[in-house]
Design a binder for this molecule. Structure first.
Ligand code: ADP
Length: 555
């Protein structure tokens, strides 16, 4: 027997029609690429999205066609999110920080037919236009006619202006109903290894993720919130905020292209932002600005950090000096993207300030909709004791089952689990802590050493700005850790003093065999340490260095 409830489909268009009807006057504020501030409401977003649907129909966009964006967080990007998925096409967000060859590969792989572009990416689109002419028939610059750049287009590809097209379109459009499992969005992972791979979201997975992140134990938006997503809409769906905020009726403050500490502090205060989300690098930049300028953030209550490990300093400084709670989450493109969030359970009630801050460094407990486990090399599940670490696997209705172009289920093991590529512990309360990426863990004499743990300790040294630990081949132990440290501006690092900070914090056999001071460390397009380059470069470092430090046997 089927239930007798209304068979209303979980479609993305319902998010924006809900916001327009029930939170119609709530603001969406955007710092435009050109520098001005644009403000309107959810009612305007929905109306203009219908207008944009008429534009795209006019450009020949059909159901399931891929429509790409190369854009910062802003109101037009939001309209494109809702229009493209709402009209049953697929919104393909592209990370403009990728190498142009990767962008060309992605556009060709996705077979995008239209690309929306912010004017700041005009040189990029001019460079790649001849190479994407196979599928792309129109480039729409997201601006007004007066600000249109002049870009030569190859034969068969049109250069169009967003506001010009909108001026010629009416709003007479009704959002269609279709199967909630229909593809809605496409995002390629950055390809830290191999070619980028496309994750293809559905309407159902997007809505379930929006519900999950909106729970009180996660992002938990309220209609009184004003949210500033620093995390980009061009990668990992800005952690689901463009969907979760309208669902809750929270106002959005879009930062555009300037994500430095000064610009963010100014926007946060001007627009009375209550909550913001971004990667640790962004928060370190904001902290440096606040400390240097003496400014305060008048309305910000909490910030979410994720995307890479959270430096302890962030939690302490924002908590103690500014009264802002730092919340830590973990996820990946393949998880829509949020998988865990670190919010307390009753067991954390009695923690001291230090213990609480220490606990926040963990990546958190599973959102509803995500199950997780850790396994050893033989694939056997490991206990949740907070000590043993193994490969982290996940499953759930907003976890990818395959990459774009591959058969459904092909990214899963026989029991339907997806291997995240992260190595983690899970404690008895269900809090997961990443100890490494599978490829970065150092396998010394059959035991695992966490590169992330060693990096976190290294950055507690007063002269160290950033640290990377890589596995170097070793004749006796197979692999041993080599530590690379980059000094803070104007400082010099004494390598021996860096080893001293490890005292009492890790077992002796975890100590790096070498400490090398470098001028800079390479990063990926999403701002993470590019370990692949470093691994290749330092793979044979210890082989080639006579008389390296000898270490006691593991255990
Ligand atoms: P990429 O940037 O490589 O395209 P994602 O943006 O999907 O991929 O990044 C996912 C990865 O980022 C995770 O598998 C994990 O290694 C890392 N990551 C995400 N959040 C955290 C966190 N809070 N702490 C440590 N690592 C994290």
């Amino acid at each position: 027997m089927l239930g007798l409830m209304q068979p209303k489909k979980l479609l993305i268009s319902s998010l924006i029609t809900h916001a327009a009807r029930h939170h119609g006057t709530t603001e969406v504020v955007s710092k435009t690429v050109e520098g001005s501030v644009h403000r309107y409401t959810y009612a305007d977003v929905e109306r203009r999205s219908r207008q944009l649907a008429r534009v795209l129909l006019g450009l020949g966009v059909k159901a399931q066609d891929r429509v790409a964006t190369l854009a910062w967080n802003g109101h037009r990007h939001l309209e494109i999110y809702y229009t493209v998925s709402g009209m049953e096409a697929i919104c393909h967000t592209i990370n403009p920080r990728l190498h142009p060859d990767d962008i060309t590969y992605i556009i060709d792989h996705a077979q995008d037919c239209v690309v929306f572009v912010d004017t700041s990416f005009a040189p990029l689109i001019a460079e790649i236009a001849p190479r994407i002419a196979g599928s792309v028939r129109a480039v729409v610059m997201m601006t007004e006619p007066a600000l249109m750049p002049d870009i030569p287009m190859p034969a068969g590809m049109r250069l169009l202006c967003y506001e010009d097209l909108m001026a010629g379109a009416d709003e007479d459009y009704a959002w269609p109903e279709f199967d909630e499992n229909t593809a809605s969005g496409l995002c390629y992972t950055s390809g830290t290894t191999g070619r980028p791979k496309g994750v293809l979201y559905s309407h159902r997975s997007t809505l379930l993720h929006a519900f999950a992140v909106n729970m009180a134990g996660a992002l938990g938006f309220k209609a009184t919130d004003r949210i500033l997503p620093v995390v980009p809409m061009f990668h990992v769906n800005a952690w689901g905020i463009p969907h979760a905020a309208p669902m809750a009726g929270a106002a959005l403050v879009m930062p555009g292209r300037h994500l430095d500490g000064k610009s963010l502090a100014e926007l946060m205060n001007q627009e009375r932002v209550t909550m913001s989300a971004g990667v640790p690098t962004v928060w370190m930049g904001l902290l440096q600005h606040l400390r240097a300028s003496g400014e305060r953030l008048a309305t910000v209550e909490r910030i979410m950090t994720g995307g890479s490990a959270c430096p302890p300093l962030l939690i302490e400084a924002f908590g103690d000096e500014y009264g802002i709670e730092v919340q830590h989450g973990w996820g990946m493109t393949e998880l829509s993207p949020v998988g865990t969030y670190n919010s307390p359970k009753p067991a954390q009630a009695g923690l001291t300030r230090e213990q609480r801050y220490q606990h926040t460094l963990k990546q958190g407990r599973a959102l509803y909709g995500v199950d997780m486990k850790i396994v050893n090399d033989a694939g056997e599940e490991l206990p949740w004791d907070g000590v043993q670490f193994g490969d982290l696997k996940v499953r759930g209705p907003f976890v990818a089952s395959a990459y774009f172009g591959e058969p459904a289920g092909s990214a899963l093991d026989a029991e339907g689990w997806f291997a995240t590529g992260d190595v983690a512990t899970i404690d008895p309360d269900g809090f997961m802590e990443i100890t490494d990426r599978s490829k970065d863990v150092i396998k010394s004499g059959g035991e695992w050493i966490s590169s992330i743990t060693l990096e976190n300790i290294a950055v507690s040294h007063p002269d160290v700005a950033e640290a990377a630990v890589v596995a170097a081949l070793h004749p006796k132990w197979d692999e041993r850790p080599v530590l690379l440290v980059m000094p803070k501006p104007g400082r010099t690092i004494d390598p021996a003093s860096v080893l001293e900070v490890y005292e009492g914090k890790v077992a002796k056999w975890w100590l790096p065999d070498a400490v090398l001071v470098v001028d800079e460390l390479p990063h990926t397009a999403t701002g993470k340490l590019q370990k692949t380059t470093l691994r290749t470069k330092y793979r044979h470092y210890l082989d080639q260095q006579p008389g390296q430090q000898t270490v006691p046997a593991p255990g």
